[in-house]
Design a protein around this ligand. Structure first.
Ligand SMILES: C[S@@+](CC[C@H](N)C(=O)[O-])C[C@H]1O[C@@H](n2cnc3c(N)ncnc32)[C@H](O)[C@@H]1O
Length: 199
């Protein structure tokens, strides 16, 4: 099937994300019979295939749960990924819910990974502080929290907020090939990626 130039750009972004996750998250992600990942503020969850692949390499079964406040994007994520991953080891489920009300959701359990691509901390610090705090609380005791950021300053602020909540950074990378976006100066795709563990 022919791909549009935009689809090719997205695929390039995902390839780079996969490489950086392998390099930065990979060494900390231990093999387990089952691995679970919570993708917070996931939007359409474009990166779900990459995440499912990485988890499936380290486990016999994996479950990815995605969550966002935008119902339309969650609908797209469910219809795309439930179909695309139907024959794979990894199962997926996306729900419309607030990440800052995570503690209301018993079904989240204790994920091995909390993942936040293009976190939006500086847009609403109180809400995102609650999202980070509740993600850390939910996380398995040996779990890992991963963020990516579009902007340098935003990444710096989010890192400081997470460390203030007791998270310990165990790895990070600045993406030298991050694709610049024209809607804001200094904004580029997955420019920063950092991995944290719980204290
Ligand atoms: C910068 S976008 C990133 C989306 C996606 N992770 C990506 O990389 O394309 C931030 C996302 O946060 C979501 N969001 C904002 N506030 C939220 C909240 N309180 N709970 C859950 N999601 C939220 C938005 O709907 C949006 O999808």
């Amino acid at each position: 099937m022919a791909h549009s130039p935009f689809t090719e750009l997205l695929q390039g972004d995902l390839k780079t994300l996969e490489t950086n996750l392998r390099n930065v998250l990979g060494p900390h992600l231990l093999e387990k019979d089952h691995l679970s990942l919570l993708n917070l503020a996931c939007g359409r969850g474009d990166e779900t295939g990459v995440l499912a692949k990485l988890l499936s390499e380290k486990s016999s079964s994996a479950h990815l749960q995605g969550l966002d406040i935008r119902a339309a994007e969650i609908g797209q994520a469910n219809s795309r990924w439930k179909k695309e991953l139907a024959e794979k080891k990894a199962s997926v489920d996306f729900i419309t819910h607030r990440g800052d009300r995570l503690l209301d959701l018993a079904e989240i359990g204790t994920p091995d990974i909390a993942f936040l691509r293009h976190q939006n901390y500086w847009n609403d610090k109180p809400v995102w502080t609650r999202i980070f705090d509740q993600a850390l609380e939910r996380l398995h005791e040996d779990g890992l929290l991963v963020i990516t950021s579009y902007f340098d300053k935003e990444h710096e602020l989010a890192t400081a907020a997470l460390e203030n909540l007791g998270a310990i950074q165990v790895g990070s990378i600045i993406n030298p090939n991050s694709r610049a976006l024209s809607d804001a100066p200094g904004k580029s795709v997955d420019k920063h990626l950092a991995v944290f563990k719980k204290k």
